[in-house]
Design a protein around this ligand. Structure first.
Ligand code: SF4
Ligand code: SF4
Length: 182
């Protein structure tokens, strides 16, 4: 098993594991016979352990993704920054064409300074809940999980450890080339 707490190595490791991770997604969706609740329980436990090993303040890689913001998020940021919601939108946000929702207008996020969030207490819900492994329904967010394994070392490590835990349930026997499009 490859695991990393070294943020700098995550690009290289994730690249090596990308095809395998898409096959693991196909396995979890189509072959693994564990109930969703049991898969969630395993992911939640692994997430708690792996998140505790990594200092997010020395990473901030997820602040170079594109979190989505709703009106409540914008209002909260406005209160924190001492400006109006319209000013938050015009200074820091743009419309995400794919999702039809607001996102930040720069990557990394314009509110990130020296790898720290300058509005941490008022950050958008999407930032607060990243990398989303604490939620229910892991099997329904596998595309996001595989994509986030290339961004977040916590997600990468959880997937690696979940593969190990899935060996008794058939993951090791999975040899087909199915993946991303299924
Ligand atoms: S609001 Fe804060 S946590 Fe969210 S992307 Fe920007 S800097 Fe990162
Ligand atoms: S949640 Fe993941 S990507 Fe974001 S700062 Fe923490 S370790 Fe890095």
């Amino acid at each position: 098993m490859i695991c990393s707490c070294d943020v700098a190595s995550i690009d290289r490791l994730a690249d090596r594991k990308q095809d395998e991770n898409w096959r693991f997604r196909a396995f979890l969706k189509e072959e693994c016979d564990l109930p969703d609740a049991e898969v969630d329980r395993m992911v939640h436990e692994l997430y708690g352990q792996e998140a505790a090993k990594i200092d997010c303040t020395s990473c901030a890689r997820c602040c170079s993704t594109a979190p989505l913001l709703d009106d409540e998020d914008v209002g909260r940021l406005a209160g924190s920054l001492g400006i109006t919601s319209d000013e938050v939108t015009s200074r820091y946000l743009k419309m995400d064409d794919d999702w039809g929702e607001l996102t930040f207008n720069q990557k990394p996020c314009p509110l990130l300074k020296d790898d720290l969030c300058t509005c941490y207490a008022a950050r958008p819900h999407d930032c607060w809940s990243y990398p989303h492994l604490q939620k229910e329904g892991f099997r329904h967010r596998l595309i996001s999980a595989v994509n986030n394994a290339s961004v977040c070392p916590v997600v990468f490590n959880v997937l690696e450890r979940l593969k190990d835990e899935m060996r008794p349930h058939g993951w090791n026997r999975h040899t087909s080339g199915r993946g991303r499009n299924r």
